[in-house]
Design a protein around this ligand. Structure first.
Ligand SMILES: Cc1cc2nc3c(=O)[nH]c(=O)nc-3n(C[C@H](O)[C@H](O)[C@H](O)COP(=O)(O)O)c2cc1C
Ligand SMILES: O=C(O)C(=O)c1ccccc1
Length: 354
């Protein structure tokens, strides 16, 4: 039905996805914790910021590309790690990774992927993959997963810090959605050869900086810490050898009431003071949102739900549509702001209120 789907904006993909998805699965992807105050805040806060363009700078057609931890990307927009892609489309993470490769986008593959990291990498030669990790209390098991991600060619580990327990998602409780259907599972949690048992993902409230040190000793890969919101934690992360910080409130799915990430960003950027790149996710839906985050000091942003909507709407083509649209919007907005590249953005070009 949507074989020829080409959305004009990311919103079109959400509408198409909602028509296609089982309502309980739509709710799982769209929803958040508690009253979903934070889910709404992430998007709304971008709307309250104005962009103040510069003129007559003769900038020409802008370059949108960036390099992050040694990985090249055509645009400063990454695929955020989201679980369960085969709930959205039968090809699942394979389709997402092919679209990421086709659009030269870094994809952060979720530990909760429904395709094993080896199979994601094999399906999308040339894709720049990073691997998201929930550090498991069984550190030997954690190390085995790290080895698999390394062997599959992942260029960085993204450790999620905002999930000492799972957020309370009332839509899922109402819908009785708490597990994948029988034919799907989190393939990265298979311990050992195919056919072995699949462990549940453990959210671990005892996780501390000490375990991050242990992880640091396990691998040479750069480690990105995802889910930092407090500037003091950004400082601690740098002290613990973290290579990049991702300001994230998990798309409002963990602690409800956390402020919008774009409002938290400036204090984190000030504390980090250029020591490591700062990334951001949450509520990015337009190229102009990307410019606002970069002007306020982010090196790049990531998108979660929009990728899932593209996948549900039209598989690989839908994800490529979403990522291509965002890149085109970034390029257009940079031109309108008189910027030759993202390096020309600075905080003087963002004002509140809009
Ligand atoms: C359906 C869904 C699943 C997610 N799964 C994960 C996950 O497995 N690991 C993780 O670190 N974050 C996960 N997240 C959070 C995203 O990485 C990201 O922080 C968030 O989606 C960004 O907000 P956005 O959806 O508004 O772009 C998930 C988010 C969604 C919507
Ligand atoms: O849904 C999520 O937000 C999430 O992070 C997750 C990750 C793995 C399994 C289930 C949920």
């Amino acid at each position: 039905m949507y074989a020829q789907m080409r959305g004009r904006s990311l919103r079109d993909y959400e509408v198409a996805a909602r028509e296609r998805l089982d309502p309980a699965h739509y709710d799982y992807f769209a929803g958040g914790a508690g009253d979903e105050v934070t889910v709404r805040a992430n998007e709304a806060a971008f709307g309250r910021l104005g962009l103040v363009p510069r003129v007559l700078r003769g900038a020409g057609k802008p370059q949108t590309g960036v390099t992050l931890l040694g990985s090249r990307a055509a645009a400063p927009v990454l695929v955020a790690p989201t679980a369960f892609h085969r709930l959205a489309h039968p090809e699942g993470e394979r389709a997402t990774a092919r679209a990421a490769a086709a659009t030269e986008t870094i994809m952060i593959v979720s530990m909760g992927a429904t395709v094993a990291i080896e199979d994601v990498a094999a399906a999308a030669p040339g894709a720049e993959l990073w691997f998201q990790l929930y550090v498991q209390p069984d550190l030997a098991f954690t190390e085995r997963i790290v080895r698999r991600a390394e062997a599959a060619g992942c260029a960085a580990l993204v450790v999620t810090a905002d999930s000492p327990v799972m957020g309370l998602r009332e839509r899922d409780l109402r819908n009785g959605f708490h597990d994948l259907p029988e034919h799907l599972c989190c393939e990265n949690l298979r311990d050992g050869a195919r056919g072995d048992r699949v462990r549940p993902i453990v959210m671990w409230p005892e996780l501390s900086w000490e375990h991050l040190e242990a992880l640091r000793g396990m691998t040479q890969l750069p480690i990105v810490l995802k889910g930092v919101t407090h500037p003091a934690d950004a400082r601690l992360a740098i002290g613990h050898g973290i290579s990049a910080i991702m300001v994230s409130n998990h798309g409002g799915r963990q602690l409800d009431g956390v402020p919008a990430t774009i409002d938290l960003l400036p204090d984190v950027v000030a504390e980090v003071a250029g020591a490591v790149p700062v990334l951001l996710d949450g509520g990015v839906r337009r190229g102009t949102d990307v410019l606002k985050a970069l002007a306020l000091g982010a090196a790049a942003v990531a998108v979660g739900r929009p990728v899932v909507w593209g996948l549900a709407a039209d598989g690989e083509r839908g994800v490529a549509g979403v990522l291509g649209l965002l890149r085109a919007e970034v390029e257009h907005a940079l031109t309108l702001c008189g910027c030759a590249s993202v390096a020309d953005l600075d905080p003087s070009m963002v004002r509140r209120p809009c």
